[in-house]
Design a protein. Sequence first.
Length: 387
Amino acid sequence: MTTSSSFKNPAIVLALATIALTVYMGLFLHAETQLGVAVLLITAVIATILSRRTGATQQLEQSAARRPGLARLWALGGILALIAVFYNEHFVLLMICSVLLYTTACLGLTLQFGFSGVANFAGAAFFGIGGYTTAVMVTHTGVPHLLVIVLSGLMAAGVGSLLILPVLRTRGHYAALVTIAFGLLFKTFIEVNNVLGGPQGLQVPGMQVFGLAFNDGFTLFGLDFSFYVSYALLSLAIAAGVFVVVKALERSWIGLSMDVVRTDETAAATFGLHIARWKVIAFMMGNFFAGIAGSVYAMLMGFIAPNNFTFADSLLMLSIVILGGLGNPLGLIPAAIIVLVLPEKLQFIQEYRYLFYGVLVIAILLFRPDGLLPRKTRLFFQRGEKS
């Protein structure tokens, strides 16, 4: 096999790309100096421009499309490698957990906004419902914590089933206003409710599974591991599981029905599709995913308060969904890294970091108006994909 043909092999392309991205993310997460962060950002810009001009980006996209299963395995391995490298770095592991949990919540928003066209500007509220449900159940009941996570998601979905009624009776901007009002109402409700801690918030006990306390560090092969490692592995497992479910829905007739409803409700109704049914399913499933993410987030942080679930946080989630590419689950992780990690790495420029971050996001959307990874047009008659 020649060198040129080797680089056209999808397996080799995916392996090299994953190794390069993992090494870069490791350096970026480890960078603490102003010079180091600046050099890495400039390197990313130059590498992006060169890869697009040389066709490397297109080749990578084609390789991932031909071997989607292998691409996901490499991505999973890359994240596990980062967790292993930073096994005792508390802050880095916390950022990894935050990216994975926000990605999980944004997968729910993708299902709502990107698939079925249901606008939800209260993502942080459902994230918070999951967190507060967990805080109450873990503190006052003996329900196993893994079951608590599921029940917290169901609580968020149940509350969402009530909100979907006025959403279905409105259209466009008015439907968005309903969810905005709900988000503000949720924050006000928990602020004035002393049972839920009021504005001071609630402490949340750490997670325990089969006698293993996640909030306790552990030693393995003579190395002291941060307690965040356990949460990072759990967050990765949940994010990966939700991603698989969302991709399966996208490829199925359920995803097709949601696409038709989003594209043209009149045409969908003409062909016999039940508009309300698919919107309810998308809205409740999306809120369920946000609820389980909020549940793990509450136990990870050990404390929650109304200020953790504001309208600004909902906009943060929506910005991740839009920046990554509306309707494309693959774009959520790079978008979450830009939205969540980049501002933390720019603390050395103090208040100007948000100005720089805002300019960067605007520039990305100017040159990539459909997001970092735009959703591809749905194809029907194609050869079977290899795993």
